[in-house]
Design a binder for this molecule. Structure first.
Ligand code: DLL
Length: 435
């Protein structure tokens, strides 16, 4: 692929000049936090730190962490660090409990965000000539509008279909000769299934070439499946509402980890228990300091996402540090009979056994013991098998799971298309235990 940058100066900057940009922006961010945010001023005072203690990016570990509950405690606008009249957009994301996490943007923030997305689109080979269908939800969720402004910034053609009305979306995709699709990986797979039932062959009947998928964890096998079923190249994009939304990091042609827009988001990896910084290459919790945000300049925000950072000479020429595909979240981890189980491990096994990622993980407590049940949809051919045949397959899956997870799950192969499909983020875990 020809090298394709939106912002080559930042994306291919030398390590030294990136550090210099990061240092400068960190110093400014810290000064602004102290001057304009009573939340951060109080934290600094409690720790006995002054903005003048931060002289370069190497001083970052002197700064306090910020966590999700800080949003809840300062709901709705208490973390904003600019006068209210400078805010031009508000988004929010729903958490598992309590109030929504509210984020705000100045005009410059929206511009920076669009740049981040435009970088991601260009890295996936999207150009001005492309029609880009945005099937992330529009609204308070950052996916739809975030991608939308980035597509326009690049100069490509945004088709704002949002989520839902899937048959109509596919019809438009065919009529408009859509080249790129942006949505969650779960929705991409659902679209492939729907195309099949509509008699549309994505490879011969559509002009789809690439997908920009994110918003939820998806394994390498799931990528292969989406690529095969839609006949496209599938690129990963990462972000979270608190930081800006999508576009904090993105994949390039190498499709091996995501380049972080580290001139705007300074990453660290910490041990989630000791909170000590970990070395390059070690897996831990991802922490970001937003050194380019005006409205919400978060310091050392603990994302709860588990990954590792690494520098490499990337074939695309970008020098931006990479993060590995997410391994899960600190709060996604299920502790079943004292054993840590990540849903991503279960998905990995399901896909490596040639099954589709249509599954449900259910945890119950019976007679004081945790019971893990995994419902997995059968393919049509497996469904027409004898009861004995189906039981034999269940047995193979059970023993593979047991070997990998160190616990024995109950495996139930259920009929095709009987489990829910998702047009946004999939939610496949039902934990019925009371804690
Ligand atoms: O999901 C922003 C986004 C929209 C990113 C569209 C990419 C595409 P939230 O709703 O705040 O924001 O959820 C953020 O989703 O902390 C991760 O756990 C997860 N996540 C997002 N992207 C990825 C990805 C948006 N590419 C949370 N891989 C994050 C794995 C992802 N997990």
């Amino acid at each position: 692929m020809a090298q394709n940058y939106f912002d080559s100066e930042a994306e291919t900057a030398s390590y030294e000049s990136l550090r210099a940009i990061q240092s400068l922006r960190l110093i400014k961010t810290v000064e602004k936090c102290y001057a304009n945010s009573s939340f951060y001023r109080q934290k600094f005072d409690e720790l006995g730190i002054k903005p003048s203690d931060i002289k370069s990016i190497d001083d970052i570990s002197k700064l306090p962490f910020t966590v999700k509950s800080d949003f809840r405690e300062n709901y709705p606008f208490g973390l904003f660090a600019v006068p209210r009249e400078e805010i031009v957009r508000v988004h929010a994301s729903s958490g598992t409990s309590g109030k929504q996490t509210v984020v705000g943007y100045t005009r410059n923030d929206l511009d920076r965000w669009s740049n981040c997305i435009a970088r991601a689109l260009a890295a996936a080979g999207i150009t001005k000539n492309d029609y880009v269908q945005i099937s992330y939800g529009y609204g308070l969720f950052t996916g739809g509008l975030g991608m939308h402004y980035g597509v326009e910034k690049l100069g490509a053609k945004a088709i704002p279909t949002s989520t839902g009305k899937t048959s109509k979306q596919i019809e438009l995709m065919k009529d408009f000769r859509t080249n790129a699709l942006c949505c969650t990986p779960s929705y991409a797979l659902y679209m492939a299934e729907k195309m099949n039932s509509m008699g549309i062959d994505p490879i011969n009947d559509l002009d789809l070439r690439v997908g920009i998928f994110g918003g939820e964890a998806w394994s390498e096998q799931m990528r292969l499946q989406v690529e095969k079923e839609l006949g496209i190249k599938a690129y990963d994009i990462y972000g979270m509402s608190e930081l800006q939304g999508p576009g904090v990091s993105f994949e390039c042609e190498a499709q091996s980890g995501m380049h972080i827009n580290e001139d705007y988001f300074y990453p660290e990896i910490i041990d989630p228990v000791t909170l000590k910084p970990l070395k390059e290459g070690e897996f831990g919790e991802l922490v970001f300091t937003c050194i380019g945000n005006e409205a919400l300049p978060l310091l050392r925000y603990r994302t709860g996402d588990l990954t590792a950072l690494y520098h490499e000479k990337c074939s695309c020429g970008r020098t931006l540090v990479k993060m590995k595909k997410l391994r899960g979240r600190t709060d996604d981890m299920l502790v079943i009979r004292g054993i840590n189980v990540y849903p991503s491990q279960i998905e990995h096994i399901i896909l490596s056994l040639g099954l589709k990622p249509n599954y449900q993980i259910i945890v119950d407590r019976k007679d004081n013991l945790d019971v893990l049940t995994i419902n997995i949809e059968m393919s049509e051919s497996c469904f027409s098998d004898s009861v004995k045949g189906i039981e034999a397959r269940e047995k193979i899956i059970r023993s593979t799971m047991q070997e990998a997870l160190m616990i024995m799950p109950i495996i139930k192969l259920v009929s095709p298309k009987s489990l829910p499909r998702y047009t946004g983020k999939a939610s496949r875990i039902i934990d019925n235990r009371e804690f």
